[in-house]
Design a protein around this ligand. Structure first.
Ligand SMILES: *[C@@H]1O[C@H](CO)[C@@H](O)[C@H](O)[C@H]1NC(C)=O
Ligand SMILES: *[C@@H]1O[C@H](CO)[C@@H](O)[C@H](O)[C@H]1NC(C)=O
Length: 451
């Protein structure tokens, strides 16, 4: 309304004073256009409420399409969510044949299928943000079946690991190698579709449960179909100048591992957590952490250095120093000599396999909150174990919209060396504030619990 406050000064039908054109034909044309405009306007009005509403819906839709990532996540939430896929069923499916697309499989794991309240909520957020995916919740028992079926030679190492957390660590590497997809810890909240992120890194995705058919991958001329890039709001994505970090380059049509960086210190051994990972199926990188675990299990190494983030960090270094050259021939040769080679038999002819590489995503993609010094100022809001934790405020102060983040991990540290930390579990069992609730709601909910 504000924009048209002065409209009375500029009447549509010229009084003669307003229009100072010298040429009569031009004045005639103006009159004619005005007449047509009025006729159309009246006609539209005449079509009544329904027409008005559908036009409004149309603009709402256009607006939500052009507005940033937040509204995309909102749209996804209104749509359906990723369907649950039971591990037993996934274990029966054939192994993938498309080695350069990431299957739409979202892997999570917990000791059994009863999730603490917050984990339940956050896993729904990920299923909603990625609605056309399948969601697999692996239990300790499923993990054991996975090892038995696909990695029997690894079973003795797996059994010998100190406790379930270390078994769960190694199982993630196996999900990634055997099936590919995305793995995320259960304290991960998703705020945007991962498909959009992978598209930015030139990596396509594929539905897992559909047998690959030619029409999915090839166009009519027999060419492999390129990516259908998702619309990306360029302006909201900061570039390297803002942080000094480069956006890693990532070519199309490769076998690819995605890991995330936490913080900005690349020398920090905890800077590449294993709380989030993505991969095309059969990528040979994943055998490095598994082999290293086999080799060092008898050495008395600290469990975390056997299977946890510091071990992953070292393997990333090994991969980059040793194997990530050319098409990755050296890594394929290494894979071809190991126990895993029967899953994705390598070819002697390296040209027959697509090239391979690894992308370590900059911090804003999947770990916008760092539990290290980088994130210290946000700890009271962003660390789920704190009484002052507020996911909504945390996302706001970290500027997830600004960065175009796709998920955030609140670092529950729910595992201790021998099981679960009771104190942390209490925080996780507490449901989050209601979607439109404020602090008072949360406080009263808390008060109720304490009663
Ligand atoms: C899962 O484990 C928890 C804790 O031991 C237990 O309370 C719950 O009943 C279990 N759920 C199932 C489905 O076994
Ligand atoms: C994706 O591919 C395009 C075209 O080859 C390239 O310009 C762009 O830099 C690539 N993106 C990344 C993240 O490497």
């Amino acid at each position: 309304m504000r924009a048209y406050a002065d409209s009375e000064k500029f009447p549509f039908l010229p009084s003669g004073r307003m229009i100072t054109l010298k040429n009569r034909p031009v004045q005639g044309a103006v009159l004619l256009i005005t007449f047509i405009f009025l006729t159309i306007s009246l006609y539209s009005l005449g079509r009544g409420r329904e027409a008005g509403e559908s036009a409004l819906d149309h603009y709402k839709e256009r607006f939500s399409k052009s507005a940033g990532i937040q509204s995309k996540a909102k749209e996804a939430k209104e749509a359906k969510e990723a369907k649950r896929l039971y591990a037993e069923e996934l274990l029966q499916r054939p192994l993938a044949t498309d080695l350069t697309s990431i299957p739409k499989l979202f892997h999570q794991s917990w000791m059994n299928s009863t999730l603490p309240a917050k984990f339940e909520e956050w896993s729904h957020s990920c299923r909603q943000a990625n609605p056309d995916w399948e969601w697999v919740l692996w239990t300790d028992e499923d993990n054991m079946n996975l090892v038995k079926k696909y990695a029997p030679w690894f079973a003795s190492t797996y059994d010998a690991l100190h406790s379930e957390i270390y078994r769960a660590d190694t199982a993630r590497n196996i999900y990634m190698h055997v099936f590919g997809g995305v793995y995320a810890d259960l304290d991960t909240e998703c705020v945007g579709p991962y498909e959009e992120m992978f598209a930015e890194y030139n990596t396509s995705m594929i539905v897992h449960n559909k047998p690959p058919s030619e029409s999915d991958h090839f166009d009519k001329s027999g060419q492999r179909m390129g990516l259908q890039p998702t619309q990306v709001d360029e302006e909201s994505r900061p570039k390297s100048t803002a942080t000094g970090l480069d956006i890693p380059s990532s070519a199309e049509g490769e076998r690819k591992v995605f890991l995330g960086r936490m913080g900005t210190d690349e020398d920090y051994v905890h800077s590449i957590p294993n709380a989030w990972m993505g991969s095309t199926p059969g990528h040979p990188f994943w055998v490095l952490p598994l082999e290293s675990c086999e080799q060092h299990i008898g050495s008395g190494a600290q469990p975390e250095y056997l299977t946890g983030p510091p071990a992953l960090y070292d393997r990333v270094r090994d991969y980059r120093d040793e194997y990530d050259h050319g098409r990755g021939e050296k890594m394929d040769d290494h894979y071809g000599k190991g126990s895993w080679r029967n899953l994705y038999p390598p070819s002697r002819d390296h040209q027959k396999l697509p090239p391979q590489s690894m992308v370590v995503l900059p911090f804003w993609e999947v770990y916008p909150y760092s539990w290290e010094r980088d994130g210290e100022a946000y700890r009271m809001l962003c660390w789920v174990t704190q009484d002052t934790f507020s996911a909504a405020m945390c996302k706001h102060v970290l500027g997830l919209d600004h960065w175009g983040s796709h998920s955030i991990t609140y670092w529950s540290h729910s595992w201790s060396v021998d099981g679960h930390w009771g104190e942390h579990m209490d925080a996780l069992n507490k449901p989050t504030e209601t979607p439109d609730g404020d602090e008072n709601d949360e406080e009263s909910a808390q008060a109720k619990q304490e009663d």
